[in-house]
Design a protein around this ligand. Structure first.
Ligand code: F2R
Ligand code: MG
Ligand code: MG
Length: 307
């Protein structure tokens, strides 16, 4: 139990650290010259602000999804300086203006809905809380997504990332088999584009090609199918080293804050908070809030699993 608590904390802080370290490099090209976290990190972006909204709403609603409450929480927390995606900004501003919480996202992108990675980047708490209940994890991850992302690929990216967090929090870091981990991820019902990329990851884990080929085949962009897979790959290539997971994620370039946020959630879930240098945690913006919410999420998990 002690280890599980450390993993909840490690995953939440790992997300925020990945986001704030990667934030300085968003949009750069591989190979990014990554400076030390202490020099550039500490301040988070929309990724962590939205994850904070997910945590706040799940905690107050006993771990259940309350769409109106979560949407209002996203709107309350919204700070344009955190560099939100344009679709998410538009959806949240329309909800702020009084539209029903479940309407603007359906109408976004000419009615197609967003497949940006904004649902996947905030989903870590769902993977943690429901790590031993896959059906519930999929339902809640989907519900949390549709407030801003109704396109199938946006929602599936969140489910894939949430399930990866769930597998990481349950795995033994000494015996984790990346290929077995991938086989479990591939058991999810996902669109072809995700399955193709998960298959590629399995091949790359056995015999890694040059990094620029991995980037061109998996993608490092702002949309979910071009960012969730490479976050998983960077995690599974470096499962014993929190630093390397984040560093390699940022080096790849592109949507660096979000990819490092997602891979940081996975590394923290596997390795626990002890794997994160204490002086990194100390400089993190709002660290007390994130630490408290991670502890509250763990207590909620204990309460729900004792019933
Ligand atoms: N917004 C950013 N980074 C850019 C910041 C640049 C800014 N000028 C600055 O540096 O200050 N990062 C954050 O946004 C990403 C998450 O985005 P989210 O929440 O998914 O937003 P959105 O707008 O819904 O989707 C992102 C883009 O994906 C494309 N897209 C999505 N659905 C589409 C569809 N159905 N058809 C066509 N394109 C679609 C669009 O280009 C969207 O704008 C994270 O990186 C976060 O860090
Ligand atoms: Mg961001
Ligand atoms: Mg980003």
């Amino acid at each position: 139990m002690k280890h599980l608590r450390s993993r909840f904390l490690g995953s939440i802080l790992g997300s925020v650290i990945g986001d704030s370290w990667g934030a300085s490099y968003e949009g750069r090209y591989y190979p990014v010259d990554v400076e030390d976290f202490q020099l550039v990190g500490g301040n988070y972006t929309d990724d962590s602000e939205m994850m904070k909204g997910v945590l706040e709403s799940l905690l107050i609603n006993n771990g259940e999804f309350n769409g109106l409450h979560m949407a209002k929480t996203f709107v309350k927390n919204y700070d344009y300086r955190r560099r939100y995606g344009p679709g998410a900004t538009s959806v949240l501003m329309q909800i702020k203006d009084g539209l029903p919480w479940d309407r603007p996202a359906k109408e976004a992108f000419y009615g197609a809905g967003s497949f940006g990675n904004g649902a996947a980047m905030r989903i870590c708490p769902v993977g943690l809380l429901y790590h031993n209940d896959l059906a519930k994890l999929e339902t809640i991850a989907d519900q949390v997504s549709v407030i801003t992302h109704t396109h199938r690929l946006g929602r599936e990216g969140a489910i894939l990332q949430a399930y990866a967090v769930a597998l990481a929090v349950q795995a033994d870091p000494r015996t984790l088999e990346p290929i077995e981990f991938m086989k479990k991820l591939r058991s999810l019902q996902l669109s072809k584009v995700y399955h193709q990329k998960l298959e590629r990851i399995e091949t790359y884990l056995s015999s890694p090609p040059p990094v620029d080929r991995i980037i061109s085949q998996l993608g490092v962009n702002i949309i979910a199918p071009e960012s969730v897979p490479i976050a998983i790959y960077n995690f599974l290539s470096n499962t014993s080293n929190f630093y390397e997971v984040l560093h390699s994620s940022i080096t790849c370039g592109g949507d660096t804050d979000t990819i490092a946020c997602m891979s940081g959630a996975l590394a923290g879930a596997l390795l626990g908070v002890k794997a994160i240098p204490k002086n990194w945690i100390d400089i993190l913006e709002d660290v007390d809030i994130f630490q408290q919410m991670a502890k509250d999420l763990f207590d909620l998990y204990l309460k729900k699993s004792s019933k």
